[in-house]
Design a protein around this ligand. Structure first.
Ligand code: UFG
Length: 323
């Protein structure tokens, strides 16, 4: 089975490439290395090219003849998407459209898409089910919701195209074997920033808002270990190939931790105390974001192995110490 993985040199993509390789899939990674790394691609060949480069993309389809495509390549920084929406619409929407057109040209029907809980905006119901309305509150979330609508319409067009869209909640941690992990410059994510502060790379950790309507006043998120998320991709692929049904699944554990609980866990796991300061709310942060995950458990038989905050933090910390 040959799988084309766009963005396979990035954080989540590289964990999926590793799992695909371990399970005997033939993988080819297509990545422009704008945020990814060559060393992160542990299996198969890496084609260093931009998704906007249609000739190279066609050549890869022609020569590699993938049976399915997993599409991770995207920009993911919410504040940047607010400052530079065109960059986000071009890469996340236009390039995805071109990828879909190329799939159509070469008769490739199966597509796994990296979506995000950002499509829900500020959800009315927690835990949020997949049926909740799409109401993104920033351009990043808009690009993901737009692609989801394109996929829905394409799957209904009678061409045989089918897809699984996975809506990620807060992905964190690193490969438990320590070979790959998060490696982007200027990270904004809580757990990464906390372990970097523990390491001394950042002076202090800011808590963005302590007056939210939550038990301790800080935001609550559903943190999911990147390896459990990678496993969900393999199950989604199998499901798609076996049933031929297009579906959307939340990827989260179904319960959350507050920012303060995360900080406590990081201090405990690293054994290091570090300065933490209260700061104003960060615009666009929903108070609570937790997945309803019954659907992915029932339909895909997904059984997460690392639903344990301290384990997530430990793998992030082990990785951070190596970088
Ligand atoms: N936070 C801090 N201090 C920091 C970093 C984060 O207090 O230094 C807080 C944030 O304000 C938020 C929580 O920690 O309340 C989690 O923030 P992250 O930046 O780690 O993650 P987000 O919940 O903002 O982001 C996730 C995904 C995005 C997606 C978004 C949708 O990573 O891709 O959810 O809301 F768009």
């Amino acid at each position: 089975m040959r799988i084309l993985v766009t963005g396979g040199a990035g954080y989540i993509g590289s964990h999926v490439v590793k799992l695909l390789g371990e399970r005997g899939y033939e993988v080819i990674t297509y990545d422009n290395l704008s945020t990814g790394h060559e060393w992160a691609v542990l299996y198969g060949k890496l084609i260093r090219a931009d998704l906007g480069d249609r000739e190279t993309l066609r050549k890869v389809f022609r020569e590699f003849r993938p049976q399915a495509v997993m599409h991770f390549a995207a920009h993911i920084v919410v504040p940047e998407s607010v400052r530079d929406p065109l960059k986000y619409y071009r890469n996340n929407v236009v390039h995805t459209l071109q990828l879909l057109e190329t799939m159509e040209e070469f008769g490739v029907k199966d597509f796994i898409f990296s979506s995000s809980a950002a499509v829900y905006g500020i959800p009315e119901k927690i835990p949020v089910p997949e049926t909740a309305p799409l109401k993104p509150i920033n351009p990043y979330g808009e690009t993901k919701a737009t692609v989801e609508r394109i996929l829905r319409d394409l799957s209904r067009a009678g061409t045989g195209f089918r897809y699984v869209s996975l809506r990620y909640f807060n992905v964190a941690g690193a490969d438990p074997e320590g070979r790959i992990g998060f490696a982007y410059p200027d990270p904004t994510h809580l757990i990464i920033r906390a372990v970097k502060t523990a390491k001394g790379e950042l002076e202090r950790l800011e808590i963005f808002g302590t007056d939210y309507p939550t038990p301790d006043g800080t935001c609550i998120r559903d943190f999911i270990h990147v390896t459990d998320l990678a496993e969900a991709h393999l199950l989604a692929l199998q499901y798609l190939l076996e049933t031929g049904k297009s579906e959307i699944f939340n990827c989260g554990y179904g319960h959350g931790y507050s920012v303060l609980e995360v900080i406590r866990a990081v201090k405990k796991v690293t054994g290091r105390d570090f300065p933490v300061v209260e700061a104003p709310r960060r615009p666009g942060d929903p108070p609570v974001l937790v997945a309803e995950n019954r659907k992915i458990r029932e339909r895909l038989g997904w059984r997460p192995r690392y639903d344990d905050l301290e384990f997530i933090v430990r793998t992030a910390w082990e990785w951070e110490k190596r970088t």
